[in-house]
Design a protein around this ligand. Sequence first.
Ligand SMILES: Cc1cc2nc3c(=O)[nH]c(=O)nc-3n(C[C@H](O)[C@H](O)[C@H](O)COP(=O)(O)OP(=O)(O)OC[C@H]3O[C@@H](n4cnc5c(N)ncnc54)[C@H](O)[C@@H]3O)c2cc1C
Length: 379
Amino acid sequence: MERNIFTDEQNMFREAYRKFLIKEVEPCRENWREAGIVPREMFTKMGEQGYLLTWADEKYGGLGIQDFRYQQIMMEEDAVYGEAGFFHTLHSRLVGPYLIRGDDEEQRARFIPKAVSGKCILAVAMTEPDVGSDLAGMKTNAQDKGDHWLLNGSKTYISNGINADLVVVAAKTNPDNPRQIGLFLIERGMQGFERGRNLKKMGLKAQDTAELFFNDVKVPKENVLGDAHKGFHYLMHGLAEERLIGAVGYVACSQRAFDITRDFVQERKAFGQRIADFQNTRFKLADLRTEIDLCQVFIDKCVEMHNEGQLSTEMAAKAKLYASEMEGRVMDECVQLHGGAGYMDEYEICRLYTNARISRIYAGSSEIMREIIARSIFD
Ligand SMILES: Cc1cc2nc3c(=O)[nH]c(=O)nc-3n(C[C@H](O)[C@H](O)[C@H](O)COP(=O)(O)OP(=O)(O)OC[C@H]3O[C@@H](n4cnc5c(N)ncnc54)[C@H](O)[C@@H]3O)c2cc1C
């Protein structure tokens, strides 16, 4: 399906970014997967080219680009030439924006330039061993000690957890009110801040997803993000964009899976004919083509709405729900059409399949998305 939504300048940006990926990322993917982590220098290489926190104001070293299509382009190129476990989008768009939500100029000046350059890698820590979807049940807590906060608790499944220099950590700040949480900026080297294992996963092998521990960490007041009791408010603020980011990536990966499967079935033969010539294959690919195109139109509309400041939580939830569920269906059919090869790690479809399984779980699971959409129907 032809899409005419990008400007000439954006098409040039796509070309430049693609060249960067082909030179700096594509040749290293296998090594990173084996190592279970992307080298820190990759963040600085991205930073040098202006690819991190592109939205940040020029006074912090950013490009000041507010048009979300630039991020969309990067994610679409990542699906083909990038490495799924290299979570620069989490750094740039999921965590970076927290730094402006606290409305503290000193904090922005201290952290944003380093995040833009890639010298300070970002992570966000909400999930705990006993709590994921239901954040109000978190146990990590911070006590106000007058001139500092004392942070205690643990987090798990934290993306960029090993590489991170700055972690936005959610913690309860009022033992009598589970809805009152604060967001604390925890820096590498703070006493009492320890990292646990780099967790072994089904997919996203190059992603350093880790456990984090906080034992009596003294957090200076200047490392509290905004109001220490309004963490939920800051979390909610970015949710629509976070879900849109997910959706954009899932449809891009579905497109990639479709493309490589279309090529594969034209090469592979069985019973004296190409797999592509079986009616079953043609119909399956016709169904997938239709689903992906329909989803793409909806996602592009959501991007347009987001650029206009009109994307609602409920629309973003629909985008995330549909794109992630569709991605699951697409990956499954594409593995099937690859036959045994689809189960082999050396085939790209195998990795796309295992990477995709998390899309329906993190950044708000499909069930939570359905809850949000249902609320908009009945409330
Ligand atoms: C690779 C990876 C990276 C991650 N990165 C991060 C990160 O950077 N930072 C971070 O904080 N967390 C991160 N997470 C955690 C992730 O966000 C959580 O796993 C997710 O929110 C689900 O929480 P949970 O695992 O506790 O599952 P649970 O909340 O225990 O859910 C278990 C099941 O119950 C369902 N369920 C829960 N509540 C309801 C309900 N009300 N109605 C119906 N069904 C329900 C869920 O949908 C799910 O199917 C990551 C996880 C993974 C695997």
